[in-house]
Design a binder for this molecule. Structure first.
Ligand SMILES: Nc1ncnc2c1ncn2[C@@H]1O[C@H](COP(=O)(O)OP(=O)(O)OP(=O)(O)O)[C@@H](O)[C@H]1O
Length: 326
């Protein structure tokens, strides 16, 4: 459904330099599947989401392929992309208030999302919007249809945003930290709603998060990003049970839940490298507890159990999957 193939994104910065925010990522999201994209701040998660949505900073360079239902999105004009967005792919971001127009009734905003892409009358759009608001758990949606966003709590606003995003049955939803701004009990409700809706509609979700607990709760597969590259991907069950990349292991070890008894929370020492001048070889080498001589060369990408992949010299005896960097 969504196939990201060796995607690289370079963003211009001052002094004629470039940030290589995404450095050759290969990843797919299937129908009804939720893929968690995790990694520390600055690893390129949101930029990858922007590459799929056609929303990169101006002047950015994109290479590789972004295929949606077999169609390459890279060559689309701005107008063609506008039609794809909200119809074939949709975005739910962190702050629902920023996604909603504060002056418009919430129901009208969902109805507008439908009418932007479908030639249907106002009444039919209203009926469908009410149905969608009900499906995302807005109580008494007919009566709440005309309320402006400020009459809704943060969690309820995010439900409205999800209703608008799913209005046209998109193939893929990019959910960028969709629950980060919400309090913990509401977070779980929104995640379960996403899980429910995607199973029912077949929409695939790329769920961007820095919270491995969120991934454990709702994702089918996980892709771990470090310094612009996916270093490991596989089913949530396989990767959590036996993380193969030292960075994945360090991320899992640094989660509070792994240490709630001892109260001793290790951190990953050091920082994500400067992506205006990414290091040659393995990008994690400078912080890796298991670094050795070979890590000065780019690690091979090898196949792991259950169709997963890992890019690390520790596993070079496994069969190679491709030449690309992720
Ligand atoms: N508009 C921009 N101009 C310059 N550099 C940018 C821009 N957007 C992103 N970058 C750089 O690209 C790299 C990846 O950033 P990105 O926001 O995609 O990471 P992220 O993993 O989503 O981080 P976070 O979890 O903090 O959102 C970082 O080095 C960032 O500084």
């Amino acid at each position: 459904m969504l196939q990201i193939d060796d995607v690289r994104v370079r963003i211009p910065v001052t002094g004629g330099r470039w940030v290589e925010a995404v450095g050759g990522v290969t990843l797919s999201v299937g129908s009804g599947e939720i893929v968690g994209l995790v990694g520390e701040s600055g690893c390129g998660k949101s930029t990858l989401g922007g590459a799929v949505m056609g929303l990169l900073p101006s002047g950015s360079q994109l290479s590789g392929q972004v295929l949606l239902d077999g169609r390459d999105l890279r060559g689309l004009t701005a107008e063609e992309y506008r039609r794809v967005r909200g119809n074939d792919i949709a975005l739910v971001s962190q702050d629902p208030s920023a996604s909603l127009d504060p002056t418009f009734a919430v129901g009208a905003q969902v109805a507008e999302a439908i009418r932007n892409h479908r030639d249907i009358g106002r009444r039919e759009a209203r009926e469908r919007a009410v149905e969608l608001l009900r499906a995302v758990g807005i109580p008494d949606p007919g009566a709440r249809y005309s309320d402006p966003p400020h009459r809704f709590s943060g969690g309820m606003k995010q439900r409205v945003v999800i209703a608008a995003a799913l209005a046209n049955d998109p193939s893929v939803l990019i959910a960028d930290e969709p629950t980060t701004a919400l309090d913990v009990t509401i977070q779980a409700q929104i995640l379960h709603l996403l899980r429910d809706l995607t199973v029912r509609t077949g929409t695939g979700v790329l769920l961007i998060t820095h919270d491995l607990g969120v991934v454990a709760q709702v994702c089918d597969r996980i892709a771990v990003m470090y310094a612009g590259q996916v270093v490991e991907q596989g089913t949530v069950r396989d990767v959590f049970a036996d993380p193969l990349h030292p960075y994945t292991r360090a991320l899992l070890d640094s989660q509070p839940a792994a240490h709630h008894q001892s109260g001793d929370l290790p951190v990953i020492l050091g920082q994500v490298p400067d992506l205006t001048d990414p290091p040659a070889g393995c990008r994690f080498a400078a912080r890796c507890a298991r670094v050795h001589d070979r890590c000065t060369a780019a690690p091979p990408v090898v196949e792991t159990r259950g169709g997963g992949r890992v890019a690390c010299w520790l596993h070079d005896a496994l069969p190679p999957v491709a030449q690309e960097a992720s």
